[in-house]
Design a protein around this ligand. Structure first.
Ligand SMILES: NC(=O)C1=CN([C@@H]2O[C@H](COP(=O)(O)OP(=O)(O)OC[C@H]3O[C@@H](n4cnc5c(N)ncnc54)[C@H](OP(=O)(O)O)[C@@H]3O)[C@@H](O)[C@H]2O)C=CC1
Ligand SMILES: O=C1OC[C@@H](O)[C@H](O)[C@H]1O
Length: 435
């Protein structure tokens, strides 16, 4: 198992095999010399014969040049505008502070470029509505615009959804809990994640994932009446607008049918060190797996009459947990537990559990989502699958069918705004940019 993990990390994150590029490969330009691009786009592009990372622009030309050299990017532009004006570029990757996503996405669309836009798509729902309903994004033949919710494109997450939405053992969803943790001190006080004016905060940066998980599992949006939330403010001394910046967020909502969704995101996760004194433990960083757990209501299923004969019914109650939906290519596990009970009236004749675990590093052979591109590779990170799908859209191919449409991205930002409101914090400021 350790060998498999190392193998997948090596190819998926460190040294992806290079591909020979096709003549009509999509030429990407990067806005900003960001930390995330090497993992989220440059590595997957290396192995994708239909993608070339052709250009980068940064606010500081020296920085851009160093970055270009390190990552073998042939063109350097001195400004973001210059990159958008470059006719050799087909698509733009926007990995900038969240406060700037709206403006640069609109500008990119106006320059007729496809856009891979980092999550969260915008600063708030007002911006998201303006962006995703803008004629530049919706008119026939408009460029492709995708909020980069990478985890959704991996077969592991889609398999998990199938197990709770499509499997015959899956009753109505009763509860779902989604959690993600990042160790304390990973991001210092000056990081974009903690700046309110750059639309930072845990809910924006990290909490957006577990909220997205809940929305997909429950297939219903939170509302003023159904959602409650509680944030933990950042503790960096001297940080402006500290009261508005969350380092962790919990939220719960209940659907019209009574299903309960709970999320917990902590971007400065610490504590839980049992032998240490409390103050020490609470300052020591901790790690925990990202996790999503779903319980279904009991459901009646058909079984053979068996020894008990007729007049009895069989019920199943399903529970499914996915461990590490966020970086599943490194390692993930999906636990499925079905509890059966055969009853005649109120009399329980027999109960048993059927527990198993599975994984899905690739699409299974025969799964129509494997499409024309094949089943994928064990070591493909979520970002490889996402890029594959982005390319399919640009090329007008049907692909896996997994996508994040504009309406979904708008609803996601509405949910984030609502969480802030309910936690007694402000939604992030709206950009004044107009087009
Ligand atoms: N999909 C995923 O797994 C991940 C997504 N992200 C998302 O990607 C985006 C970027 O994150 P990350 O790469 O960690 O960020 P970085 O800290 O690397 O910043 C990205 C770029 O933003 C610009 N920038 C930085 N600070 C400022 C500032 N104060 N004012 C204006 N611009 C600034 C810089 O551009 P320049 O180079 O031009 O100076 C920088 O290169 C975020 O939206 C984040 O949510 C982040 C991590 C993981
Ligand atoms: O996947 C992620 O992990 C760390 C976060 O800060 C980042 O922005 C997010 O996308």
């Amino acid at each position: 198992m350790v060998f498999d993990i190392v193998y997948r990390i090596w190819y998926g994150f460190i040294n992806p095999p290079a591909s020979t590029k096709k003549d009509d490969a999509i030429r990407f330009g990067l806005l900003g010399a960001s930390n995330i691009a090497p993992v989220a786009l440059i590595a997957p592009a290396t192995s994708n014969s239909e993608v070339i990372i052709a250009a980068v622009a940064a606010r500081d030309r020296d920085r851009a040049e160093k970055y270009a050299k390190k990552h073998n990017i042939p063109i350097v532009h001195s400004t973001y505008e210059d990159l958008l004006d470059d006719p050799s570029i087909d698509a733009i990757y926007i990995a900038l502070p969240d406060s700037t996503h709206y403006e640069w996405a609109l500008r990119s669309l106006a320059a007729k470029k496809h856009v891979l836009l980092e999550k969260p798509s915008c600063s708030n729902a007002t911006e998201a509505r303006a962006l995703f309903t803008h004629p530049l994004a919706t008119k026939p033949g408009a460029p492709v615009l995708l909020e980069a919710f990478h985890y959704r494109f991996h077969p592991a997450w889609q398999t998990f959804l199938d197990l709770i939405h499509k499997a015959p053992q899956a009753g109505k969803i009763k509860s779902v809990s989604a959690e993600q943790y990042f160790p304390k001190y990973a991001f210092g006080a000056t990081d974009i994640r903690w700046q309110y004016e750059l639309s930072g905060g845990c809910m924006m940066d990290f909490g957006t994932y577990p909220m997205n998980l809940l929305r997909q599992v429950l297939k219903e949006e939170p509302t003023e009446e159904t959602l409650s939330a509680e944030g933990r403010r950042v503790s960096f001394p001297g940080l402006p607008f500290k009261e508005q910046v969350d380092e962790a967020m919990r939220a719960t909502y209940v659907t019209s049918s009574g299903a309960v969704g709970k999320m917990n995101a902590d971007l400065r996760f610490a504590g839980g060190w049992p032998v240490l004194p409390g103050f020490l433990s609470s300052n020591l960083p901790s790690i925990a797996w990202p996790k999503c757990e779903v319980e279904c209501d009991e459901k009646e299923v058909e079984v053979d009459a068996g020894e008990e004969g007729g007049g009895r019914s069989c019920f199943v109650r399903r529970k499914v947990v996915i461990w590490n939906h966020l970086m599943p290519s490194i390692y993930h596990r999906i636990d499925v537990e079905d509890t059966y009970s055969v009853r005649r009236g109120n009399e329980v004749l027999r109960t048993w559990k059927d527990a198993r675990n599975l994984n899905a590093y690739t699409w299974s052979a025969g799964d129509k989502r494997a499409g024309t591109s094949g089943v994928g590779k064990e070591w493909w990170s979520t970002y490889f699958y996402q890029l594959e799908e982005f390319v399919n859209r640009v090329k007008g191919r049907s692909g896996t069918g997994v996508w994040v449409d504009g309406e979904d991205s708008i609803k996601q930002m509405e949910a984030i705004d609502l969480v802030y409101k309910k936690a007694g914090m402000k939604a992030r400021p709206t950009s004044e940019f107009q087009l």
